[in-house]
Design a protein around this ligand. Structure first.
Ligand code: BYC
Length: 316
């Protein structure tokens, strides 16, 4: 056991990836299953707030782009569920954890999408935050997760651009359109900062995950990077970030920000956000409605396997 552990530690130190058949500590496996499955759930639940606007997109072009983006998110969920399955958990088990409320998904998707400008703010801020968090995951120590993240990040980058472009169009539009963009920024700014997770001092998993090189940066480090780049983008849009304490700190070389309402964050994580119930009900309903598809796929697979077994038996 000690030799296995030593080999594992050496691989981590040498920046080599850990692969499904390698020995790994139980806690490492558990942490990855938790993080990757919650990441997958976030992608799937994350389709809902935007899916809500596909039928109401203001033009054919906007509709096609939004549809493509939401489909990408379904794809991300599938890569991530597959990556988690390599650790020995089944997809049914993961989905059961989501549907029973045992597994978390990102707090951000429990907020409502009230106007079209929310599609811009989600792309710009939520996908922008996602990229900041996920680019380092392309170098995470577990091979299947790292490889899945490469394609996810390429697609996230398109998502962020489409959101920024919606915001730019609205900001350069009529006074009402600019007001809509500002209102969406006001509502999505703080929840986007919360996406990075609790402050480092209150994050139970960060220290060990950084040591295992699952996380490459801490929650606060990534939040700061996000604020630093996003403030500049808001200037291009001519919009105001709703934080009166936001100020460049020459000494630190970073923006200082005002306090985040962590009570709001924990309240949403515990299931009491504005849309938690609606999101989970929708997912559970979709699972039930899809039962016939799963049954049909299983029946077909069994029939095919039986046919192939019969052929092998006849040939023998
Ligand atoms: N929301 O010790 P910590 C997307 C939980 S998808 C809810 O810092 P960790 C997108 C955390 O799980 C976005 N819960 O944990 C999709 C833990 O509870 P448990 C999702 C949160 O894991 C569609 C507890 O708080 N991205 O971008 O070291 C459209 C303590 O936290 C949140 C990922 O999943 C939260 N925001 O760090 C558009 C990326 N934050 O599990 C966009 C991968 C924390 O002990 N995940 N919690 O019950 C990660 O990088 C890390 O898991 C986190 C949290 C930074 C999220």
């Amino acid at each position: 056991m000690d030799a296995f552990k030593q080999h594992f530690d050496e691989k981590i130190d040498k920046e080599l990836t850990i692969e499904p058949k390698d020995w790994m500590p139980d806690e490492y496996r558990k942490t990855l299953i938790r993080q990757i499955s919650q990441h997958a759930h976030s992608e799937i639940v994350g389709m809902l707030p935007e899916g809500n606007w596909i039928t109401r997109a203001p033009s054919l072009r906007r509709k096609a782009v939004l549809l493509a983006k939401v489909q990408d998110e379904a794809g991300h969920g599938l890569y991530l569920y597959s990556a988690a399955e390599t650790l020995g958990i089944s997809r049914d088990e993961m989905l059961d954890q989501l549907h029973t409320g045992k597994a978390k998904y990102s707090s951000i998707f429990n907020y409502p999408t009230i106007t079209w400008a929310d599609m811009g703010a989600i792309g710009w801020l939520v996908d922008g935050a996602a990229i900041m968090n996920q680019v380092p995951l392309c170098r995470t120590s577990y091979g299947p997760y790292a490889r899945a993240m490469v394609r996810v990040c390429k697609e996230e980058s398109f998502h962020q651009r489409q959101g920024f472009e919606i915001m730019l169009t609205l900001s350069n539009g009529s006074a009402i359109q600019k007001k809509m963009a500002q209102d969406a920024l006001n509502r999505w700014w703080w929840p986007s900062l919360m996406m990075f997770g609790p402050p480092d001092a209150e994050s139970p998993h960060t220290e060990q995950s950084v040591r295992w090189r699952i996380k490459r940066f801490t929650n606060d480090e990534l939040r700061q990077k996000f604020v630093d780049v996003t403030v500049e983008q808001a200037k291009v849009l001519g919009l105001t970030i709703p934080d009166p304490e936001l100020k460049w700190n020459e000494e630190r070389g970073h923006y200082d920000m005002g306090p985040i309402n962590w009570d709001e964050f924990w309240n949403v994580v515990k299931g009491n956000g504005p849309c938690n119930k609606q999101r989970l009900d929708t997912r559970r309903q979709a699972w039930e409605d899809g039962a016939w598809v799963r049954d049909a796929a299983m029946a077909y697979a069994n029939k095919k396997a039986a046919r192939s077994n019969k052929k092998t038996a006849e040939a023998a």
